[in-house]
Design a protein around this ligand. Structure first.
Ligand SMILES: C[S@@+](CC[C@H](N)C(=O)[O-])C[C@H]1O[C@@H](n2cnc3c(N)ncnc32)[C@H](O)[C@@H]1O
Length: 251
């Protein structure tokens, strides 16, 4: 066994123990609760565009995109465009590392503000990006994304738009099937299920415990054995907005 393979085995053991460490999980959850109050995830940028993610999830997405070397990344929820620029830049790096030279990113948002659209379109990483405006569960939008996915062989799907149960379930039913076998479908903000109700009362978010990406995911997984939760990702990150939301398509 190579030194690298041995190192990886050690890491897997350590991550398993970390995932069983209830004390570590509890302080991580406390930290997440506090970070929500300061809107922690809003305070980062990728190549000059605001990205509404935790740094831990950004690293996890880098690992996924490097592993899969997708020729298409689909993301619902564009906001300022930071995550589209992130994925586009990672596809650019993949192309230097044997990845598909023509890999693309499709972003969907119900409201692509003109200043965000302009900043994305003017960005040096824009060349790989297509944007579709409309609700991600509107049949016209779903059809357009499926059209853009035609002929693509290694597809990663990220769902990060409206986070209520019904919307996320409809997104899963519309887009998860585009995930190629062996690749990933990532459902962001499953963390909503673990936050105190008072948080949602205070900020009036359109999701809450019991009406969240996690409840949608549970319903979806019950009917879709071709997807499995990669628990090791959540156990590794501990601080993540997508606990249990990193799905691998296994069949
Ligand atoms: C959490 S932000 C996305 C953050 C972005 N992925 C990032 O990492 O920077 C959620 C976005 O979803 C969009 N959105 C809300 N409802 C939507 C819908 N029905 N369909 C598509 N996008 C929607 C909002 O306009 C907002 O830009």
């Amino acid at each position: 066994m190579s030194r690298y393979a041995r190192f990886r085995e050690e890491c897997e053991d350590e991550v398993r123990s970390q995932g069983e460490d209830l004390g570590f999980k509890a302080v991580s959850q406390d930290w997440i609760d506090r970070s929500m109050q300061s809107k922690y995830s809003y305070h980062f940028e990728w190549m000059g565009r605001p990205i509404i993610q935790y740094p831990q999830d950004i690293v996890a997405m880098q690992e996924i995109l490097f592993e899969v070397k997708p020729d298409l990344v689909i993301e619902t929820g564009i906001a300022h465009g930071g995550s589209l620029i992130l994925y586009s830049s990672l596809l650019e790096l993949n192309a230097l590392h044997g990845g598909p030279p023509d890999a693309r990113v499709v972003g969907v948002d119900i409201d692509i503000r003109s200043h965000n659209r302009a900043a994305i379109e003017e960005h040096p990483m824009a060349g790989r990006i297509d944007m579709v405006e409309g609700s991600s569960i509107d049949p016209r939008v779903v059809e357009e994304v499926h059209r853009l996915a035609e002929g693509r062989e290694r597809v990663v799907v990220c769902l990060d738009s409206l986070h209520g149960h019904a919307h996320v379930l409809a997104e899963l039913e519309s887009y998860a099937q585009l995930t190629s076998v062996g690749s990933w479908c990532v459902v962001f903000d499953t963390v909503a299920e673990t936050l105190p109700q008072s948080y949602f009362d205070a900020v009036d978010r359109r999701c809450a415990p019991g009406d969240s990406p996690m409840t949608a995911l549970r319903v979806f997984l019950a009917d879709h054995p071709e997807f499995e939760v990669e628990q090791a990702v959540s156990d590794r990150l501990l601080i993540t907005v997508a606990p249990g939301g990193y799905l691998r398509r296994v069949a």
